[in-house]
Design a protein. Sequence first.
Length: 101
Amino acid sequence: MTKISDVAEKTGYSITTISRAINDHPYVSDKTKKKIFDAMKELDYYPNNVAQQLRGKGTKLIGVIISFVTNPFFLLTWLMRLKKRLIRSVTKLLFADIGRT
């Protein structure tokens, strides 16, 4: 598994510069970003979303677990409203229906 340090080594840039390029920081020139992204593609490097979320002190994920639904229409309506609200805040919704046991 390729690490950000591998990209830094290949490009000659620091890990900080690589991170800034990934996060589209204005201090990094387009020429530098292109070189970094080309190296990332060549090395098959993808940023670890879980690590980014942990570093940011939040996952922006809301989980909803339902065990029994008497009227699916109201549940669907509620979930659609919740989803619309979450889209504005870039939060993801995880829904699980465990059904009757």
